[in-house]
Design a protein around this ligand. Sequence first.
Ligand code: PEP
Ligand code: MN
Length: 338
Amino acid sequence: MIIVMQERSPQKQIQTVMENVKALGYQPHLIQGQLRTVVAVVGDEREKPRIQALENLPGVEKIVPILEPYKLASKEVKKEKSVVNADGVKIGGDVLVVMAGPCSVESEKQIIGIAEEVKKAGAQILRGGAFKPRTSPYSFQGLEKEGLVLLAKARKITGLKIITEVISPTDVPLVEEYADLLQIGARNMQNFALLKEVGKCRKPILLKRGMSGTIKELLMSAEYILSQGNSQVILCERGIRTFEDYTRNTLDLSAVPVIREHSHLPVIVDPSHGVGKWNLVPPLCKAAVAVGADGLLIEVHADPAMAYSDGAQSLKPKKFAVLMEELRKYAALEGKKM
Ligand code: PEP
Ligand code: MN
């Protein structure tokens, strides 16, 4: 249910509404729009009539149900786009944000070298996996804590913010201590225990679409995070599995405008995992910008042939720099800065 407050209703009235919602055993979520404030009430819907009774409280204009199955993620609750703030880097505003770096953190020399290159080319966020979800238990699993320490070192040297994946609920406090943004990978899109855990943390979350996840399921997963109180969620299209096997996945770019129609959350695109081949990454980055992506996640490696993971889809720094230059024109056409 959404409690719509009257225009410019005083703080005290909003507070009273929030307290009444809590007294009914619900968690109120305050959403401040440009003109109006709404209080979203989510939880067990069997108690709906009791919420409806709050319509008589001073300052309340109306109480309406949220029709979409995802509530806090839906545009019904918030019409304006949300802007996520990752320690000063804003995702969802008028800047196309590029997150770039290797699939895995491999060594100090590797991560700092790539960090410097992607920074020079204009990226704002450094990516790099310290905990790697791998199909085979015999593949490189990541440097874990040591990887996080190296990412933090790269941040200190370059000033880039860092994003890294968390794969287990028990690692959330550790990853949160080091990262500026936490990534939930495709394989964990419906790991509900993990989603609930990152919902309690204070850092923004990048939620990737599962390889067999529908757009609605992606939004329902975002809802898990939002319902725990973390409003800083970014969605990521990274390709889904189809019958086509020329590319690693099928990058579903239609997800971007579809999500835009139904949700206020920022959406970025990861063409690297979407196509799995480095030469196809640049054209799909451009297409992603054209369909309105708020940012891009791009894998970059100095020596892709020797990469511990995802070398085939990684751009060399020089190619990445050329791509960034080209993307400026596409971003400008979409009214975005880089
Ligand atoms: C990654 O970003 O390296 C990764 C494992 O991505 P995904 O979860 O999209 O496969
Ligand atoms: Mn990867």
